[in-house]
Write a protein that binds this ligand. Structure first.
Ligand code: NAP
Length: 287
């Protein structure tokens, strides 16, 4: 049971966590801190948080659990403000989609209190943003990756793990480097492909005809291109090296596909498509 939960950034993820913990009866009081009063008022009206604060020191005072749920590009500023006012007994965690950059910022901002910072990332979300899109069951049976460092306090780690389990999630641990390398391929690359595909189509001379004649394949492949551009700019820049590696690998494979079509190499096409189909059929059992 969390006595006072402070969520910094009451959007899709922060709002969904608040709702899940409230439904599970795992948080006595939920305080929300954000930058726009309109969003915070909406969060109170929707019953997502008990109280809104526009001052960070006031928001975190007496909190036993502090969750940073702002875009990755805003984490360093928030951590720098949080460092000097962090209550002695608080555990801090985050939900950022990139871990290495957040850990570097947390280490610099929190000093000796870094041991009570537990980096995390829920593998759940939608292309929607904001508290109105938050869902109490967003994390049910979804994975949450924690990336503790060697000096992370074991009690703090246990508290964050228990919080996510109370929200319905399955919790696993990875190193931050493994997390950023794997997520570059499993999440960040598909978002880049979706953005590029839609952007190519809207600039195409036949845009109208293409859209009129588009079917499920276009919609399935591009759903995540409706995601928040600023959030994804931040993720690209924060996970630059791993994402560039994944993009270059994909670029090489796309080049091989172009060559096979140019050469009329049907065998290559069938082999590649069959290998991918078998793999995707296996994934269907998971999704
Ligand atoms: P979101 O719906 O846009 O919510 C972000 C919230 O942070 C908004 O309420 C925003 O307030 C607030 N905020 C932004 N900058 C702030 C600042 N400087 N100070 C205080 N509050 C600030 O975004 P989200 O989808 O919940 O994403 C939040 C985090 O979760 C990101 O780090 C993202 O990488 C991670 N994540 C997202 C997903 C996903 O699918 N969306 C999945 C897993 C993890 P305003 O409304 O006032 O702007």
């Amino acid at each position: 049971m969390i006595n006072k939960l402070c969520i910094i950034g009451i959007g899709l993820i922060g709002g969904s966590l608040a709702r899940a913990l409230r439904d599970a009866g795992q948080a006595r009081e939920i305080i929300g801190y954000g930058r726009s009063i309109g969003n915070l008022q909406q969060a109170v009206e929707l019953g997502v948080i008990d109280r809104a604060e526009v001052s960070l020191p006031d928001a975190v005072r007496g909190a036993d659990m502090i969750v940073l749920a702002v875009p990755v590009g805003n984490m360093a500023d928030i951590l720098n403000t949080l460092g000097p006012v962090l209550p002695d007994d608080s555990v801090v965690t985050d939900v950022g989609s990139v871990k290495g950059s957040v850990i570097t910022a947390a280490r610099a901002a929190l000093g000796s209190r870094f041991t009570h910072f537990v980096p995390g990332h829920p593998l759940a979300g939608t292309e929607q943003s904001g508290v109105a899109a938050s869902l109490p069951d967003l994390f049910q049976r979804r994975r949450v990756i924690l990336t503790p460092e060697a000096d992370t306090d074991t009690d703090a780690l246990m508290h964050v793990r228990a919080m996510w389990e109370a929200a319905g999630a399955e919790v696993v641990s990875l190193t931050a480097t493994d997390h950023d390398r794997i997520l570059a391929v499993s999440s960040h690359l598909p978002h880049m492909l979706a953005y590029c595909l839609v952007d190519m189509v809207v600039r195409h001379d036949d845009y109208r005809a293409i859209m009129e004649n588009s079917a499920g394949s276009f919609s399935d492949a591009t759903r995540v291109a409706a995601s928040d551009p600023v959030m994804w700019r931040d993720i690209c820049l924060a996970n630059r090296d791993a994402l560039l590696h994944a993009l270059r690998q994909y670029h090489t494979d796309l080049g091989a596909l172009v060559k096979a079509i140019e050469k009329g190499d049907g065998k290559w096409l069938v082999n590649t498509f069959t290998r991918a189909k078998h793999a995707r059929d296996g994934l269907n059992k998971k999704f």
